[in-house]
Design a protein around this ligand. Structure first.
Ligand code: IPE
Ligand code: IPE
Ligand code: MG
Length: 225
């Protein structure tokens, strides 16, 4: 079975650049090229939901210049790719708190989400200013403000940014780090995890296929026998 929902922690852009004695920005630029490719490949493999971790709530600790550059790349990506994404039926969703982003980027993103909202192809989630703990706090606050007293798993799920979407079947992390870095903590309770040493800018179509093949060999038990 092809995993329905694949979530990727795209890590290693900075190290990719460093290995080439280039500024980190070059790694991020190369990383965007890989995003474009992987979105297409995921769709052609039959993956229905692709979640990409692009900027975490902890990434604000980075130098202002790097954050600014990342924002400009995100804006450029949305602007340049919107038409093609829309034509191929991609439905864009943002996971995270956009309110801290510059107004012009928020406008661009909201427009892209709105334009693609009725599409029925690949659901592309981009996690931006995303942190799983913050997402849970946000959900609890919403439930509290709506006076909800009966809290169930379904209820919590329905207040997350991923509301209505199936939990990830497969989580991929590049750059060889064995950690989750505040990504989808609730949703990945039973996801299969695949870690590759490849740095994100080096991640290829074949690497995605390899991850899928590995996933297919796993025996998911969900606590059963
Ligand atoms: C991932 O690459 C991209 C973001 C977190 C925005 P990094 O920038 O974290 O690259 P490394 O981990 O320093 O190599
Ligand atoms: C995780 O990468 C976040 C994104 C890919 C956006 P980081 O580079 O921020 O994670 P740590 O600091 O290595 O845990
Ligand atoms: Mg990193």
């Amino acid at each position: 079975m092809i995993p329905v929902h694949v979530a990727i922690i795209m890590d290693g852009n900075g190290r990719w650049a460093k290995r080439r004695s280039l500024p980190r920005a070059f790694g991020h630029k190369e990383g965007v090229k890989v995003v474009k490719k992987i979105v297409k490949v995921a769709d052609s493999l039959g993956i229905k939901i692709l979640t990409l971790y692009a900027f975490s709530t902890e990434n604000w600790k980075r130098p202002h210049s790097e954050i600014k550059f990342l924002f400009s790349l995100i804006k450029q990506f949305i602007k340049k790719e919107l038409e093609e994404l829309n034509n191929s039926g991609v439905k864009l969703r943002i996971l995270g708190d956009l309110s801290k982003f510059p107004k012009n980027i928020i406008k661009e993103i909201e427009y892209a989400c709105c334009i693609t909202s009725k599409n029925i192809g690949l659901e592309l989630n981009i996690a931006l200013n995303y942190g799983a703990r913050q997402e849970l706090i946000h959900a609890f606050e919403e439930m509290y403000s709506q006076g909800i007293k009966k809290i169930t798993e379904k209820m919590v799920s329905s207040f997350l940014y991923t509301a209505g979407q199936r939990d990830p079947d497969l989580v991929i992390r590049t750059s060889g780090e064995f950690r989750i870095s505040n990504f989808l903590l609730w949703q990945i309770a039973y996801s299969e995890i695949y870690i590759t040493d490849k740095l994100w800018p080096d991640f290829t179509e074949n690497d995605l296929k390899q991850a899928v093949v590995t996933f297919q060999k796993r025996k998911r038990r969900f606590g059963g026998i």
